[in-house]
Design a binder for this molecule. Sequence first.
Ligand code: PEP
Ligand code: MN
Length: 337
Amino acid sequence: MIIVMKADASLKSISEVITRINQLGLKPHISRGKERTIIGVIGRTPVEIEEFEKLTAVEKVVRILSPFKLASREIKPENTIIRINGKVEIGNNRLVLMAGPCAVESRQQILETAQALKEMGVMILRGGAYKPRSSPYSFQGLKEKGLEYLEEAKRLTGMAVITEVMDAGDIETVSQVADILQVGARNMQNFSLLDKIGRTAKPVLLKRGMMATIEEFLMSAEYILSAGNSRVILCERGIRTFEKYTRNTFDISAIPLIKKLSHLPVIADPSHGTGVRDLVGPVARAAVAAGVDGLIIEVHPEPEAALSDGFQSLNLAEFRELMAEIKSLSQVLGRET
Ligand code: PEP
Ligand code: MN
């Protein structure tokens, strides 16, 4: 339920409403807009709408129909802007680029990639230290060593770092280096991991599960938000379909749809979304045109030699070219880069 306060509601009347919500054993979620304050009421106890409707400082009371509440546009009509590392903001007019290899493979590989990307103007470096692989015999990531190399890359370039946390037991270690915690597609419905990440204050990139509907995706975001962490970025990374020429089918309509349903920033991953190097550029451009807040792209100095996802990784020259295309497209769309 949402309580919309009148534009001239006093602080006292707002705080009275909040006190009453707390008394009922519910959680108030306050959103102070430019014109008025909106108070979301979250919890399982049934509430009598009339009790709040009759207050003079209240303009109206509306039930939130969607199963996700804190993630919904109904509770927060304006876009959420997430500040990362005190430097980059995601969710405003500026398109944010995240790039780097699928996995951190060696000190030299990540430092060389980070340096090159930094020179191209990329602000956020990606690179997995813990890798979720389909086979237990495939490269699983350098783990702590990988985090060490990421830390060095961060120190040398000043870039922010995004890296995946696969296990709740690693949250603390990963958080020491990561500016954004990535929850991978395979863990989108690992509810205990979501809850624990929700208890941290780190920005989170939540990737859409490969079999997840948009509602399930937003319900997973709700787990993180309801545990207290409001800094969630959603990532469309393609879903499984019957198509075999691509690794996943990138769901372009998810972008405007999620933007309509939720106030959270949405980014696109055309690398996993297609699984095919030649398709990364066209799908990245389509995602920008569809209204994403950012892109996350796999870039490797030598994709042919990559230990994971080489077939969908761009080399540095290809990525430079794509960046130039994205820049001109953004200008046409009135977006900054
Ligand atoms: C990745 O980003 O390298 C990754 C494993 O992504 P996803 O969880 O979307 O498959
Ligand atoms: Mn990958």
